[in-house]
Design a protein around this ligand. Structure first.
Ligand code: HEC
Ligand code: HEC
Length: 251
């Protein structure tokens, strides 16, 4: 499991120091990570048959999975898992759906059981065979679900505290790329974040597994509740970020 451990420390380093140094060569870093991950997936699949996942978890303090969570997120969406299970794997319990859809993030299942349930679902879920989604793809999806951590309470959207959010936004360095008011920055490529154009769940899943240049932030660095605070801070930012822009807009 050495490969998986080195990957988890790679991710921690990236997320804790999201400075220009890691920002300047993300492609090289990502390629290195990708080859490490490929080895880790193989190791993970071999292990899954005989060892419980918690044994792996004990060695890796943040339960870093062996699949590629970033790829897993894309597969989760392209296979339509998100349509039923929600974009954070949070599940649906609306009365309209017979029995609802279970929450699958962060899944308590071992990888092998997870794969088995996707191949041979017990009830309403359509079966996904190997031709539709390979074992290594499912290992990636599994890693993505693991990275999401415990469920975000629906109330988190409204209970986020903008003041707390502003503090975390600053201390976690989001401002370095996205600007102090989430206005975005052309020099870093950080997109405008305020006000958020995407739901909280999509916001969280992006921060966990970004698909572009942004470094991933793990659960250890910023919790889901912290992200809900940041989200409400971004919601609270007044639409015209500076009064100076008003005369321009009014011309
Ligand atoms: C059409 C809706 C639908 C889609 C699409 C879907 N699921 Fe499910 N899933 C369900 C339902 C409903 C259940 C509850 C068991 C059942 O009815 O089969 C379930 C159960 C599960 C379980 C077992 C959870 C447990 O704790 O028992 C896992 C794991 C799972 N799904 C993963 C996935 C993955 C991964 C995908 C995409 C490859 C996916 N599902 C796509 C509806 C769906
Ligand atoms: C090192 C620079 C950097 C830092 C630090 C950073 N981001 Fe980003 N972020 C980006 C870039 C660049 C993008 C544009 C997409 C991409 O390349 O990933 C982005 C995109 C996003 C998006 C997706 C926006 C959308 O509409 O699709 C969200 C959400 C986001 N960042 C939130 C955050 C939060 C929250 C933090 C702090 C916890 C943060 N970012 C820290 C660079 C950064």
């Amino acid at each position: 499991m050495d490969t998986a451990i080195s990957r988890s420390s790679f991710r921690k380093t990236t997320a804790r120091h999201p400075r220009r140094s890691s920002f300047s060569s993300p492609l090289r870093l990502r390629r290195t990570a990708a080859s490490v991950v490929t080895a880790a997936i193989t190791a993970g699949l071999l292990l899954a048959g005989s060892v419980e996942t918690c044994a792996i978890g004990q060695k890796q303090s943040n339960h870093a999975p062996s699949g590629n969570g970033q790829k897993g997120k894309l597969i989760f969406e392209s296979q339509g898992c998100d349509k039923c299970h929600g974009s954070l794997g949070e599940g649906v319990s609306t009365p309209g759906q017979k029995g609802g859809v279970p929450r699958i993030a962060s899944t308590p299942l071992a990888l092998s059981n997870f794969v088995q349930l996707v191949r041979n679902p017990k009830g309403q879920m359509p079966a996904f065979d190997r031709q539709r989604v390979s074992d290594s793809d499912l290992a990636d999806v599994y890693a993505f679900l693991k990275s999401l951590g415990p469920p975000v309470k629906q109330e988190a959207t409204t209970t986020g505290d903008p003041k707390v959010g502003e503090r975390i936004y600053t201390s976690d360095g989001c401002y370095e790329c996205h600007g102090y008011l989430g206005q975005g920055s052309t020099s870093t490529g950080g997109t405008r974040l305020a006000p958020p154009q995407i739901p909280l769940s999509a916001f969280i899943s992006y921060v966990r597994q970004p698909s572009g240049q942004m470094p991933p932030y793990t659960l250890k660095v910023v919790s889901n509740q912290d992200l809900a605070h940041i989200y409400s801070f971004l919601q609270s930012v007044p639409k015209p970020p500076s009064s100076k822009t008003l005369p321009l807009l009014n011309q």
